[in-house]
Design a protein around this ligand. Structure first.
Ligand SMILES: [Zn+2]
Length: 704
């Protein structure tokens, strides 16, 4: 038993398995069990001083340089697929291991000196990696091997193709002069993108109101320091999202809401509109030079959607598809506005949809989400979820003695295959907030799974970073339903990582296209609305015979879709403006991102005035997510489609056959084969948009 070092309050939150049970087994025990399966469980050698972090980064880069130089120095005529493509994957995975460990330290370590050192070394390693990508000598050897068309199949054939594709995407197939030009253009683009993001982050727009002007906004919110800035003077920072949304949703004074929304739509306008015009033009030039018809074709080539036209059609079809739901919601919102203003011709517009959306939910559904917390004590929820995932995915979880706990309460767990006893990997749990810790909820891959050159499979390790309320005043930590949902979602990513069978790091675990990666976890969120699922663990902690009433869950589900048409039409608006900006345009043609984006957005959601520039404040456009915003809805639609497999199974969301199919056909595969192939194998049929439209409350979907 090793519970003594933990403060008494945290002990309350520990899994009951620990309390009064046998001593925990160790990583070494798991290592011994892994050996007969030709797999390896590796203890993560977490650094404990800033000096160690620097030393690890130096060692990783020195080893990487040595290995890359050896790769590049080979006689191209003798080089093999293993000595080039596999070697490159191994080099990336070895240094990536150090990089992801350092990044995890940066997000979780209680010591600021450690986090700062990790931040600095992480950035250094990233720069080093970018430099490696531009090495001509490495490319020359790879190309010599690729040109000989080595007899590789399956995942390895894919590794060869994807590696060469990545080089082509950097301009390596162009004649030297043009290639230099593309490299120069990428280097010109990079700081502009950073500037765009910086301008979004640093945009400020404080607005001062009187109390009367903020009628309807909760008292507790207004009383906060920073907001109450004087006698009858309240300052709303429009650039702080929760403050802006609070006023937009709750303030009953139309003029105030309008001021806030207009300020929002002018944030960063002056700097970012001219900047984005330049960025979009530059991206277009790069795409054309690389032989693509448009930047969205370039960006989406590596995603499920494959090209801009497919992504655009997807969004446009959905805009039409949810028209009836959108119209019905707007009609309900308009009726509320007519009643409130006494104006029979009142219309809902871009300044007040959030307010009437909130009113609609409040008036139609009286549901006290805070009151639901009593059903979700942290420990019960965690164990309940563990029991379900173990059962449907055929796994066994076991808490181990944690050799490296960077903070109180951090736990280490092992995952084994229930049938064979094969160790699948390890996960760390870091579940409560702390000063300086990453402040959202996320699953981080610390060590991706992959086949080592020795033929042994290195099993993965992941970390779950959460910020649940700490237990207090003798009561256990009680979660909101939304937090339960988040836990099921994030732990789904852990399942995806841990059950991987992909051989190459490039394809392993959650290394799937970004427009798919969220889909399985989005699907698992449904579990937390299902009575059969919740009844296995959710009960009033004061009286465990009391389960969540079915009527409450029905209302939760109704609220979930009550204004989903308005929600999605706004999301489609951003998705469409992103795609249209990055769609085909003539070389050198001038870009008017403000007009183009306003038009695209207004085609989907509530029309915005011509002089506003919401586009200037969309951080996604800075880079990384450019031509990628559609991916949220894309993944949602696949999640709804995938959920039908469980819904139509005898066991529902607890169905073991469906769970094993998810594990084997989706999780285990990673990106080692086409995602569409994996999804079809899981669904047993081609994909369909119909379940998504049905989930949105559209009765007779017209499948595209
Ligand atoms: Zn996620």
């Amino acid at each position: 038993m090793r519970i003594h070092p933990y403060p008494a309050l945290v002990v309350l939150a520990l899994a009951p398995a620990m309390l009064g049970a046998a001593p925990l087994r160790t990583v070494a025990d798991l290592q011994a069990e892994a050996a007969p399966f030709k797999s390896e469980i590796r203890d993560i050698p977490f650094e404990t001083t800033p000096e160690q972090i620097v030393a690890s980064a130096n060692a990783a880069m020195a080893a990487g340089d040595k290995a890359i130089n050896e790769l590049a120095r080979q006689d191209p005529s003798k080089a093999t697929f293993e000595s080039t493509f596999v070697a490159l994957d191994t080099i990336g995975a070895d240094s990536g291991l150090v990089e992801s460990r350092i990044s995890f330290i940066q997000e979780t370590h209680p010591s600021k000196a450690m986090r700062d050192a990790a931040d600095e070394q992480g950035k250094r390693m990233q720069q080093w990696e970018i430099g490696n990508g531009y090495r001509e000598d490495v490319y020359a050897v790879l190309k010599a091997v690729a040109d000989r068309k080595p007899a590789v199949t399956g995942e390895d054939k894919r590794l060869l193709e994807f590696t060469m594709r990545d080089y082509r995407r950097e301009g390596f197939e162009l004649p030297p002069a043009e290639r230099k030009e593309v490299e120069a253009l990428f280097k010109e683009l990079s700081p502009l993108q950073t500037d765009f993001e910086t301008n979004v982050i640093s945009a400020r727009s404080p607005l001062v109101f009187t109390k009367a002007e903020l009628a309807g906004v909760p008292e507790a919110f207004l009383a906060q320091p920073g907001i109450k800035t004087g006698d009858d003077q309240y300052t709303i920072l429009v650039n702080v999202t929760p403050q802006r949304i609070m006023v937009e949703q709750r303030c009953s004074v139309a003029e105030t809401r309008k001021k806030v929304v207009l300020a929002e739509y002018h944030l960063a306008q002056e700097k970012n509109v001219p900047l984005l015009n330049k960025i979009v033009a530059l991206r277009n030039t790069i795409a054309l030079k690389l032989g693509y018809a448009s930047w969205d074709d370039y960006r989406i080539e590596t995603k499920m959607a494959k090209n801009g036209a497919t992504a655009t059609k997807f969004i446009e079809d959905l805009v039409k598809g949810i028209q009836p739901k959108f119209d019905a919601e707007v009609a309900e919102m308009r009726a509320l506005k007519v009643k409130e203003t006494g104006d029979p011709n009142a219309q809902i517009d871009y300044t007040d949809w959030r307010y009437y959306q909130n009113q609609l939910v409040l008036q139609k559904y009286t549901i006290d989400t805070e009151a639901l917390r009593v059903y979700f004590p942290y420990e019960k929820v965690l164990n309940g979820m563990f029991a379900i995932y173990q059962s449907i995915f055929g796994l066994k979880f076991e808490q181990l003695e944690a050799p490296h706990a960077w903070a109180d309460g951090v736990q280490l767990w092992a995952v084994t295959d229930a049938k064979s006893g094969e160790p699948m990997g390890l996960f760390y749990l870091d579940m409560f907030p702390r000063e300086g810790k990453y402040n959202h909820f996320a699953q981080a891959s610390i060590q991706p799974g992959r086949l080592l050159p020795s033929g042994v499979y290195l099993r993965p390790t992941v970390g779950l970073m959460c910020n649940f309320p700490r237990p207090a005043n003798g009561a256990p930590s009680l979660l909101a339903q939304e937090e339960v949902r988040t836990l099921f979602h994030e732990f789904g990513h852990a399942m995806h990582s841990l059950t991987t069978r992909a051989n190459r790091a490039y394809f392993s675990g959650t290394s799937v296209p970004r427009d798919f990666v969220e889909a399985p976890s989005q699907m698992l969120e449904n579990w937390t609305f299902d009575k059969a699922v919740l009844d296995t663990f959710a009960a009033d902690y004061r009286d465990p015979t009391k389960k969540i009433p079915a009527a409450t869950l029905d209302r939760l589900k109704e609220v979930r879709i009550a204004t989903i048409g308005v929600f999605y039409r706004r999301q489609f608006g951003v998705g469409l403006l992103d795609l249209r900006l990055h769609g085909p345009r003539a070389p050198g043609a001038p870009v008017d991102c403000q007009a183009e984006a306003n038009k695209a957005f207004s085609d989907c959601s509530f029309p915005v005035p011509a002089d506003t520039a919401m586009v200037a404040y969309i951080g996604h456009l800075a880079g990384g997510y450019d031509a990628g915003y559609y991916g949220y809805a894309w993944a949602d639609s696949i999640a709804a489609d995938m959920a039908t497999v469980f819904e139509n199974s005898p066991g529902g969301f607890l169905d073991k056959d469906a769970g094993m199919r998810l594990r084997n056909e989706i999780y285990a595969q990673g990106n080692a084969r086409e995602i569409d192939t994996s999804i079809e194998a899981f669904l047993g049929r081609p994909r369909s948009l119909a379940p998504f439209l049905k989930r949105l409350g559209i009765e007779q979907p017209k499948a595209p």
